[in-house]
Ligand binder design. Structure first.
Ligand code: NIG
Ligand code: FE
Length: 409
C-alpha cells in the first residue's frame, strides 16, 4: 500500500471546470484539488479523496467554482499614451485605416512609447496588467510593436520580461517589429523588414523573444515581407504567429498554416483555403472581439466554419490603446459570445486550453490536469457560464499562480 499523500495545498468544497481541450464542457461537482510543488497533484470528487491525505494549507472554496487561470494570449499591454482622440474621430465617421494612413493609429502610440523611458513604460503598463490579474489571468502574452526601432522595441520587451519577473504571472513575449512602417522608413518597407530580420537574433540572444508576430495587411506588411521575417524566425528556432485578415485577406492564414505557426489572429477576413491551412498546420485561430467592438466592425470571423474544420479557437483581449483599449478578459468572454456567437463553454476554452495552445504552453497550463501548473482561479458564481453572461462584474475571489495564492492583487 502506498503512503497517504502529503500535499502543499488542498482546495475543498469547490466545483471544478477543468477545461481540457479533449472535453472542455466537463465539470466535477463537489470536487477537490491538491497541489504539490506548484503542480496539480490530485483532482476529482471530494468523496474520492485518498484516505489519510494531508495538506500544509487547506482552502475551503465554499462551493465556488475553480477554473484554470485565464490566459490572455494576444495583448499589446505594454505601451505609453492613449488614443481617445481617435475614438472621437471614428465616432465622427473616419475609418481606422484612414487615420492610420495619415500617421495616426499605431504610429501615434509609437511616438508616445518612444518618448517614454523604461520606468515610465512599466508604470503605465502595470495598471492594465493588474486589471487582467484581478480577473484571474495567470498567463499573459505581450507584444512589442510600438517602438519600431531597435532600442524602443528592446525596451518594450524588457518591460514585458520585468512584469513577468516581478508579478505572480507567466509572461510570453512576441516580437512585433513588423507592426507598422515607421516614418523614417517611408517608402522603404523592404528595408525596414530587413532591419527587423537583422535585429531579431540580437533580441533573441538577450532572451527577450518567445515568438515572432507581424501585421499582414494593406496598411502594414505584405505576405512576402512577412515570409522573410518568418524564415529568419525559423532559423532561430522561434515560433511564429500573425495578425491576419483583420481588414483584408492577404493570405496570412495560409502562410501561418504553411509555417506550422502557433496562431493566426483576428481573421475577420479568411478564405476556406486559409481555414484548411490552419487546420493542417495545427494552428490556433485567435479571435479578438474587442477590436470588432471598438471599430464597430461589421465583418465577423467565420466561427461556424472554424468550428466545423476543427480549428481550435482562442479568445483574447487584444488590449491595445487603439482598437481594443480593454484590459479585460471577462469582457472578451462576453463579447466573444455576443459578437462572435461562441457558446460560453467555447469562450471559456478559448481563454484557457486553446489560449495555452496558441502560446505553445499546452503541456504547462490552461487546464486543470495532473502535472500541469497549479494556475487556478476561484469564482463566486453559480455556473461558469455566468462569467460570460455578465459585463462589469468580477466574481473572482482567489487566484493561485503555480500553487501560490496571490495576496497582493
Ligand atoms: O491587434 N492590428 C494591429 N494591431 C492592433 C492594433 C494596434 C493599434 O491600433 O494600436 C490590433 O488590433
Ligand atoms: Fe493585436
Amino acid at each position: 500500500m502506498s503512503a497517504a499523500p502529503a500535499w502543499d495545498a488542498l482546495w475543498r468544497h469547490v466545483h471544478l471546470m477543468p477545461l481540457t481541450a479533449a472535453d472542455p464542457g466537463a465539470t466535477v461537482r463537489d470536487g477537490a484539488l491538491a497541489v504539490r510543488g506548484g503542480r496539480i497533484a490530485w483532482l476529482g470528487p471530494q468523496a474520492a479523496l485518498p484516505a489519510g491525505a494531508t495538506a500544509a494549507r487547506e482552502h475551503d472554496g465554499g462551493g465556488a467554482w475553480l477554473l484554470p487561470g485565464f490566459i490572455d494570449c494576444h495583448t499589446h499591454v505594454v505601451h505609453a499614451g492613449q488614443r481617445s482622440e481617435e475614438f472621437e474621430l471614428r465616432l465622427g465617421g473616419e475609418s481606422y485605416e484612414a487615420i492610420a494612413r495619415r500617421g495616426g493609429g499605431i504610429l501615434s502610440t509609437v511616438r508616445a512609447t518612444r518618448a517614454a523611458g523604461e520606468e515610465e513604460l512599466y508604470a503605465q503598463s502595470l495598471p492594465r496588467v493588474r486589471n487582467l490579474m484581478r480577473e484571474g489571468v495567470t498567463t499573459l502574452e505581450v507584444k512589442s510593436g510600438y517602438g519600431l526601432e531597435p532600442e524602443a522595441e528592446a525596451r518594450m520587451l524588457r518591460v514585458a520580461r520585468r512584469l513577468g519577473r516581478e508579478l505572480p504571472l507567466r509572461v510570453k513575449t512576441s516580437f512585433l517589429g513588423a507592426h507598422a512602417l515607421p516614418p523614417e522608413y517611408a517608402g522603404r518597407a523592404d528595408d525596414y523588414v530587413a532591419m527587423c530580420c537583422e535585429l531579431l537574433p540580437t533580441l533573441a540572444a538577450e532572451g527577450l523573444v518567445d515568438a515572432v508576430d507581424a501585421f499582414c495587411e494593406g496598411i502594414a506588411f505584405s505576405t512576402a515581407q512577412v515570409e522573410r521575417l518568418f524564415e529568419t524566425a525559423r532559423n532561430l528556432g522561434l515560433p511564429v504567429k500573425l495578425h491576419a485578415g483583420q481588414l483584408s485577406d492577404l493570405g496570412g492564414a495560409e502562410l501561418i498554416g504553411r509555417f506550422g505557426g502557433l496562431s493566426a489572429d483576428h481573421l475577420e477576413e479568411v478564405s476556406d483555403a486559409g481555414i484548411a491551412a490552419l487546420r493542417d498546420g495545427g494552428s490556433v485561430a485567435v479571435l479578438l472581439p474587442g477590436a470588432i467592438h471598438f471599430l464597430r466592425e461589421t465583418r465577423r470571423p467565420p466561427v461556424a466554419k472554424l468550428r466545423a474544420a476543427g480549428v481550435p479557437m482562442a479568445l483574447a483581449s487584444d488590449c491595445n490603446p487603439g482598437t481594443s483599449p480593454m484590459p479585460s478578459i471577462l469582457a472578451a468572454l462576453n463579447l466573444g459570445c455576443l459578437l462572435l456567437g461562441l457558446t460560453p463553454t467555447e469562450a471559456l476554452a478559448g481563454a484557457t486550453c486553446h489560449a495555452a495552445a496558441a502560446l505553445g504552453l499546452s503541456n504547462e497550463t490552461g487546464s486543470l490536469e495532473l502535472g500541469k501548473a497549479a494556475d487556478l482561479a476561484l469564482w463566486e458564481v453559480e455556473r461558469p457560464a455566468q462569467l460570460c453572461a455578465t459585463l462589469g462584474i468580477n466574481a473572482c475571489r482567489h487566484v493561485a499562480f503555480e500553487g501560490c495564492l496571490r495576496t497582493d492583487q
